[in-house]
Design a protein around this ligand. Sequence first.
Ligand code: FAD
Length: 452
Amino acid sequence: MSARRPKVLVIGGGFGGLFCARRLGNVDVDVTLLDRAACHVFQPLLYQCATGTLSIGQISRSLREELADRDNVQTLLGEAIRLDPDARTVTARRPDETEYTLDYDYLVIAAGMRQSYFGHEEFAAWAPGMKTLDDALSIRRRVFAAFEIAETLPPGPERDGWLTFVVSGGGPTGVELAGQIRELATRALANEFHAIEPEEARVLLFDGGDRVLKSFAPKMAHRAGRTLEALGVELHFGVHVTDVRRDGVTVRPKGGGPDEEYAARTVLWTAGVEAVPFAKHAAKMLGADTDRSGRITVGPDLSVSGHPDVFVIGDLAGRDGLPGVAENAMQGGLHVAACIRRDLGMRGRKDFRYRDLGSAAYISRGHALLQAGPVKLTGKLGWLGWGFIHIAFLTGVQNRVSTVATWMATIARANRTDRTFILGGSGHPEEPYTWESPVHQGNHSTDDGQNA
Ligand SMILES: Cc1cc2nc3c(=O)[nH]c(=O)nc-3n(C[C@H](O)[C@H](O)[C@H](O)COP(=O)(O)OP(=O)(O)OC[C@H]3O[C@@H](n4cnc5c(N)ncnc54)[C@H](O)[C@@H]3O)c2cc1C
């Protein structure tokens, strides 16, 4: 390494990348934090944004603003697309498709995971996942538009399809979404429609296991299942969703038996995750092993074998016992910052030891699970603990204050303040107002000049 200040390039401004960059803020290095979205997203509350409780501004913060007081940290917008470990460079793509190159002395890959459709990418057109702000807004658009479209239809199978919501995957995200849609239907929307009864909206949750929330103690998970059922969520276990179409899904029992068809115009996918595309490329260039989901195998200090200058942290770090949770990413970010400091001070690196501080999952109003070592809370106590933890880790004081205020208002009144959705715009085939047959897509106009 030369006598100039070492350059640290961090790819990804999620929990891992942000905590690493922050911690390096007072170290004698130059840090570049590269993110394709330029903001930090608090993913655990994405579902509240998707279902109209919180705004995107409340669960995210500009990385530039977040790191404004760290003079040695520069934030850049761009998607890492190529890595050359010999030249120690990363090529990034701007949103306008042009490219630029960054060099590094240390590289920290913290680019996270994306939704996996288990090889069925075609499902994505009809069943959005939930990993980004775009996903949350897309789900919000579909959920609220479904009720609106149902209101315009006469009673019958077509209307029923719009009032049926399918959630694939019974992990925390699937459970949160399913519960929130039922709560929305039975509280916020209950008295606002004239033709439909929103309370009659069906929410079907499909999972291959035998219970929801498998990462929690079985007793707690079963209790969560009962709470969901009391809310009206229909739970289907031991099944795989094998096809997703514009108007429904096919479900196959794992134990054998005939396929089942369900008509539903809104399908949400939370069933699996896989490494982001850059991680696959990086693993290849580094000659690193990956697991089935594309996580990059790392050594005890979180660096890649044969590349002590390259670290992988957070969801992407492949090592036994490291869970895909925010706490692992944050601790990994702090650990890597400490490794770099120790290198600069010519001291040996320490191994990363993940400290499990517990996990929490929201079920419905007044019900959440909180599991931390011997402490296992459910119901209202779990709910309070869940709220406290989420506020503590939300980025930005302003976001914390406004989120608490919004929650209080939502508890007091059934209302959801962030229901606004915009019409189309992304070109995605499944945007609202493009749920039309291909023959109508494009700019066909009716006689009165409005789009058909
Ligand atoms: C809906 C949902 C709910 C969750 N709930 C909880 C919870 O309650 N508790 C909990 O502990 N965990 C929860 N998690 C998991 C937790 O959010 C993740 O474990 C955590 O975000 C991982 O942090 P990370 O830094 O590894 O990646 P991420 O936070 O995913 O950040 C990755 C960053 O990399 C950027 N990026 C990706 N590719 C590139 C590229 N090629 N170039 C540049 N930038 C790139 C992305 O824009 C993003 O900012 C939840 C996750 C989701 C999706």
